[in-house]
Each structure stands twice: as C-alpha cells, then as structure tokens.
Design a binder for this molecule. Structure first.
Ligand code: FAD
Ligand code: UDP
Length: 691
C-alpha cells in the first residue's frame, strides 16, 4: 500500500468518487495506511477510528507508525475501540474518546429463542463449545488442540474466515469442526447451538490491545464465556458472572468445565446481562460518535470552500501561519502571482489558529495569543482583514498562596510583602537593595537576579522557566526572561505596547479574509515533502522548521513544545483574569488560560486550557541557547546559499518572535523579494512573470 504507484493510482480514483459529492465530507480512517492518497481531501472533520494496534499485527507495514503520527496530527478526534487502546492513545491527541465494542443485543438475544440449529451443525454432538470471528495468528492453536485432546467428548465449533495463516496450520481433530465464514444474520442460530462460547486468543503483542466485539455478543446470546487473559476482556467483563478467565491451556479446560456447569438459563443472570448490555448498544455508541462529528463540522463553519490545486504556480508557500499567509496574500494581491499555500495541519492560521469548541466557546487551539505591537504599519496592514477588540492582557501569578500581578511591579511587592511603596523612586530603591548584578554573562537567571534579587527570581522565574524550557535558567539566553522586565510603577498590564488588540472575530476569521483571493489556492493536511514532487513553482517560501527543510543535515535543532489540556466548565467564569501563571515547580503546568477574557465572548459556560511544557510534540519554541543558535547559523548560511527558496517565520528563522514580529518579517521579506525580482527584470525581460 505504501508503494507510490499505488498511491498515484488510488488518488484519482478517490477524487473521481468525490467529484460530484457536495459535502460536507468527513474523512474517517480505520487505518493510517489510507492517509497518503486521501490527505489532500478537504474535509469538514477527520476521524481516526482506531480499532486495533495494527502495527503489532503479522505482516504489518513499517509505514504504519510514522503514518499514524501524521494522522494523529491532523485528526479532529480519535475513537478507540477499547480500554487498552484508549490508554495507549490518550496522551497522543487532545480528543481521544473511548468507544468500546458495542452490541446489537436484540440480534444476538435470538440465540435464547426458538431459532433452528443450522444444518451443518445439527448433527455435531453436544456439548458444543464455539467461537466466531476471524481465525488468524492471534488464535492460540495449541490451546485449541489441547482442549480437543483432553475432552474428545466435547465438540469444538469454529466459525469465521481464515486470514494470514494457512489451512495446514490448523489443528485437525475429529472433534474440531471448522464451519467456515457465516453471515452476520446467521450467527445467533450458531450461538444457540453452543453451551459455552470461547475466545482462545494467544496472549502476546498482537492481542495486547484487542477488545473483542464478540464478548458482548456471546453474552447477549446468553452464553457463558471462557477467554484467555485479554486485558480488555478482563477489564470490562472479568468480574461478571458467567465470564471465566484462564491463564493457560490447563486452566482453560478447567474454566470450560465450570462454564458448562454454569446455570445459564437462570433468569437473574440473564436479567443482569440485559441490564448491563443496555448501556453498550451500538445505537448509543453511534449517537456519541455522530454528536462529536456534528459538533466538529459545526465548529468548522469558518472554513471557506477550498479550491482544488493545480500543478503549476508562481509561489509555493509552505505553512499557513502568519509568515506564510502574509506572503501568500502580498504576492497574490500586489503582484498578481498564483500561489499555492499548503499546511500539514488541516487548518489555516498556524499556531494562532482559534476555533469554537464543543460548547461554542472560541478557544485558541495552541494556547493564548494576544496581539500587541508598537508598529502602526503592522496594525494598519492587518486591519485590512479584521476589525479589532481592545484588550489589555492581565496576568496573575500564584505565589505563596496569593495571586499577584506579573510582570512584577509596585502592586506585586505591596501585595506580596504587605508594603506601601507609593512612588517609582521608592520601588526602584527597594529593587536596588536586593538586586545582585551579575559578574559574568547575561543568562536568563542573571538578568532577573540583577534586576530584582534572588528571592523574587526564585518565586516568579526559577520554577516557571525550568518547567517551560526543561533546562536550568542559567543555560538560557537572557532575552527569554528579559521579555517581562520588572516595573517600578503600578501598571498591571502584561504588555506595554501602544497597540494591544484582539481580532474582533478571532484569528481564523482574520486568516480566512487574508487568504480569500482568487489567486490563492489553499491545500490543507498536506506535507511539503509530498507536494514538492507534484507541483512546480518558480519559488518556494518555507515557514516550517528550517532543519526539517534541509533534512536535518547539521543535526536536529531543539524545539520546546507544549501539551494543551482544554476543558469546559458549566459556570460563567473560571478565574479573575485571562491567564494565571503557576511558577512553582510542584505544579506540573505553567499557566491556565480562560479564553472569554481575551475574546470578550459572553456565554453561560467557559473554556480554559492548561499548558504542560514538553520536549515532545509540535515544535513551538526555538531554544534560546548558545549551542542551538550555533547550529541554526549553519542552516541559515545554507539557506542563504540556496536558490529558489526563502525561509521565513518563527521556526524557520529560529527566533522567539511574537506574531507582530513575524508579520513584520514577512512584509520585509515581500519587499526584498519584489526588489530582487525588479532588479533581475531590468536585465531580462523576455519572460512574463508575476513580480
Ligand atoms: P506557525 O504559526 O508555526 O506556522 C507554521 C506552519 O507551517 C504551521 O501551521 C505548520 O503546520 C506548517 N508546516 C511546518 N512544516 C511543514 C511542512 N513540512 N509541510 C506543511 N506544513 C508545514 N505571539 C504573540 O504575538 N502574542 C502571543 O500572545 C503569543 N502567544 C503564544 C503562545 C504560544 C503557546 C505559542 C506557541 C506562541 C505564541 N505566540 C504569540 C507566537 C506566535 O504563535 C508566533 O509568532 C506565530 O504564530 C508564528 O507564525 P509562523 O507563521 O512563523 O509559524
Ligand atoms: N517567565 C517566568 N515566570 C512567569 C512568566 C514568564 O519565569 O511568570 C519566564 C519564562 O522563562 C518564560 C519567559 O519568561 O518562558 C517569557 O514569558 P512569556 O510570557 O513572554 O512567554 P510566552 O508568551 O512565549 O509563553
């Protein structure tokens, strides 16, 4: 399936199928292997419905692991078919839902009725012990053999298709009957002819995550069950009467003997099972899934219909964040250039992307983004695509059981120490008494200690910085903590820029307007590496991580990531301000954001996010350390020497840039590129080109 000729063949087939379908489309993946030929499809929702750990199966494709990571990156939600799968995926995606195998209870309950025993089983002697399902490498064939040998007086019935193993692998005994595959409608009539239903699975990697649907089906049919120690069976059914778990071939035989003696006609037992299975119906599972998908489609109303892309452009822009979107917009609107803008994520906006969550609250998917700048020109440019809401960001820090303003200012000191400092001069003198100027360099620790002293450094910066960056503050460049210098006045605002704003309808709406140009095609869920073979462009603008662009040839640049835990509460507000910082090292997250403060949205519920710093995950921050900068310089030199590509943006130029700085950098890049083009055209005018 990974063979690229397959992919080339499948993609047009899929496109042909979808060509006349009006949508909205939902991409629903049972396996990541289907991603390569379908990732270009613009969908209103993408679901990864994970029912098995396919990578552990026999003959599994080595591409499964990497493709699964890509699928997890673009999926809106992940459904897991059992508890073990849920456990293994829950930390890999923010929206993993447990959807354990359910059952059509009434269908299988027919096994308790007057159904006729099928002809091919009627003559097989009782007691019959049966299994239905795929017969493959997951079945413990020697256990089956042992069972047949110890009890020649029992008949073992196996129903289902053979997969990945040969007929010749199957144990043959007079009392083992392979009846082949049967239709779903026929299963209850077979179940009816069994005294006991079994799951003789081998316990190994291929069964570690399975959650056999047949378990509730057997029970609905009123049959006691004997199973080997499959984690999900034990977890969900192990304690139920009539379910027997065995650890080896001998105990499996003993468990079957017990199951045969089990009073399966008991009304109490059947009533207990029915009550339990009522909560496990496919109708309930379907409704839960459909609700989640419908909410997602609703939340994606912002998405403008995206044009299918062609194969030749003036510019191919990689990354639909501020850097890529500004350049795409400028090139299209000012130079009449044809632009293809791609992003591996399935949305525009890069890290500034916001969306309505399930409760209808506008949240920032990648943490709080507040627009602040001193540049009139940048505000003016962006005002072409949004109106604004005035917002002055305020942050409190949880320190010594108090919530005090940060950056540290006069109010912080008065509140924390019970002081009554009244002027800038008094406050400056207070700081000066404690400040310990650094003798050596200016690292992130020294910058703070030199300004406010060690105690405040330890209270506000040490733990936070350690958590945020995963290394000692003394190993970080001083510019990191210099972002939030202490103040002598009583200004509680987080930023002091002249413009402090939020886009009135959110960032995604701003990006949507910016990219709404007939010359711009947008393709989402698309990797640069994939598209570079398919599309020709005069020039590439790359806004992703620079080391990735150059195949990590000088090594992997370090990035810091975050995990966001988004939550909604049934109350109007959660905290007093937009962000509360938790600097202490004993708290695993760095801050909590409540979005309604930022967006001004009125609603009876509220949504927040916790930020957990992490070395794994999407790259969000370049590391401001000397070795990382040295490695970046090698990449920068290489990028300058590489024709046909321009590298721009926060990760691409490895700078701890805010949004306004990225917009500024992109605008400057636009002017430089157009100037260069104009210069070249002075010497060569034979070719009509965009700029
Ligand atoms: P990004 O937004 O990262 O966009 C790059 C895009 O490229 C991504 O969408 C990525 O998926 C795509 N991409 C990368 N590689 C590939 C590839 N190979 N193929 C296809 N697509 C690819 N700034 C502020 O001004 N104010 C704030 O309050 C603020 N808060 C922040 C909070 C957090 C938690 C973070 C992480 C950042 C914050 N920022 C803030 C910074 C802001 O997010 C960035 O400055 C800005 O978003 C950078 O834009 P960009 O276009 O350079 O990069
Ligand atoms: N910082 C800190 N304590 C705080 C807030 C910030 O130690 O309460 C340090 C920390 O190292 C952080 C840096 O200051 O990474 C810059 O903070 P800022 O809020 O500017 O970070 P960002 O907006 O990029 O998350």
């Amino acid at each position: 399936m990974q063979d690229s000729s397959f992919q080339h063949a499948l993609r047009p087939l899929l496109d042909g199928l979808l060509a006349n379908y009006p949508g909205p489309l939902v991409r629903w993946y049972y396996t990541p292997l289907m991603l390569p030929f379908s990732r270009h499809v613009i969908a209103a929702a993408t679901v990864y419905d994970c029912m098995d750990e396919l990578a552990n199966f026999r003959f599994a494709s080595p591409a499964l692991g990497p493709l699964e990571s890509q699928l997890l990156a673009i999926a809106d939600m992940v459904f897991t078919g059992g508890f073990s799968l849920f456990d293994s995926k829950k930390d890999r995606h923010p929206h993993v839902h447990l959807m354990p195998s359910s059952v059509d209870r009434e269908h299988f309950a027919q096994a308790r009725s007057l159904l006729a025993i099928p002809d091919d089983m009627r003559t097989i002697p009782e007691p019959r012990i049966g299994f239905f399902g795929v017969i493959d490498e997951r079945m413990d064939l020697s256990l089956l053999e042992h069972l047949a040998d110890v009890h020649p007086d029992w008949s073992l019935i196996l129903i289902g298709p053979l997969a990945k193993i040969e007929e010749s692998d199957l144990p043959r005994r007079a009392n083992i009957h392979y009846l082949g595959p049967k239709r779903y409608e026929q299963l209850p009539s077979y179940l009816k002819g069994w005294e006991v239903a079994i799951m003789p699975f081998a316990v190994n990697d291929s069964t570690r995550f399975i959650s056999p649907t047949k378990t509730p089906e057997y029970l609905a049919g009123g049959r006691p069950i004997v199973s080997t120690r499959i984690a999900d069976v034990v977890h969900q059914y192990g304690e139920r009467e009539g379910v027997f778990i065995a650890d080896n071939a001998n105990t499996f035989v003993a468990a079957c003997e017990q199951a045969l003696a089990f009073p399966r006609e008991s009304r109490d037992w059947l009533a207990q099972i029915d009550a339990f299975l009522l909560t496990q119906s496919w109708d309930i599972t379907y409704r839960r899934m459909a609700d989640l998908v419908e909410k997602q489609i609703d939340a994606r109303r912002w998405a403008r219909p995206l044009t299918p892309w062609s194969d030749s452009y003036d510019f191919l822009v990689v990354g639909a964040g501020f850097a890529g979107s500004v350049l795409a917009e400028r090139m299209a609107s000012q130079c009449n250039a044809r632009v293809l803008l791609i992003d591996r994520r399935d949305h525009i906006g890069g890290n500034a992307f916001d969306r309505q969550d399930a409760a209808g609250i506008l949240i920032h998917q990648y943490g709080p983004h507040i627009f602040h700048t001193n540049s009139d020109a940048i505000v003016e440019y962006l005002s072409g695509f949004t109106s604004w809401r005035s917002y002055e960001h305020r942050v409190l820090a949880s320190v010594r059981d108090q919530l005090v303003p940060v950056p540290i200012n006069r109010n912080t000191l008065n509140q924390l120490y019970g002081l009554s400092l009244a002027t800038d001069a008094e406050t400056a003198a207070w700081f000066a008494q404690r400040a310990r100027p650094a003798s050596g360099g200016r690292n992130a620790e020294e910058v703070v200690v030199a300004a406010v002293g060690r105690e405040l450094y330890e209270l506000f910066f040490q733990g936070y910085t350690r958590k945020q960056w995963g290394i000692k503050p003394s190993q970080l460049d001083g510019s990191v903590t210099a972002r939030i210098p202490a103040r002598t006045n009583g200004d509680n605002r987080y930023f002091q820029d002249r413009h402090q704003l939020m886009p009135a309808n959110g960032y995604t709406a701003l990006f949507t307007a910016m990219l709404d140009h007939p010359n711009i095609d947008v393709a989402l869920g698309v990797e640069w590496n994939e598209v570079r073979q398919l599309v020709s462009a005069d020039h590439v603008i790359f806004t992703g991580p620079i080391d990735e662009y150059f195949g990590h040839r000088f090594g992997h640049l370090p990035y810091r990531s975050l995990r966001f835990d988004h939550q909604t509460f049934d109350r109007e507000t959660f905290q007093a301000v937009g962000v509360i910082n938790y600097p202490h090292s004993s708290v695993p997250y760095t801050r909590i954001t409540e979005y309604k403060h930022l967006t001004g949205q009125k609603a009876s519920r509220t949504s927040i996010s916790y930020e957990y710093p992490s070395s794994k995950g999407d790259p969000y921050y370049p590391m401001p350390t000397a070795p990382a900068q040295a490695m970046y310089q090698q990449y920068r030199a290489l990028s300058e020497a590489t024709a046909g590509v321009t590298i721009v943006g926060r990760l691409a130029t490895y700078r701890y840039y805010n949004m306004d700085q990225v917009v500024g950098q992109a605008l400057a890049t636009f002017h430089r590129l157009t100037q260069e083009r104009v210069e070249r055209l002075k010497h060569k005018t034979d070719r009509p080109i965009a700029i």
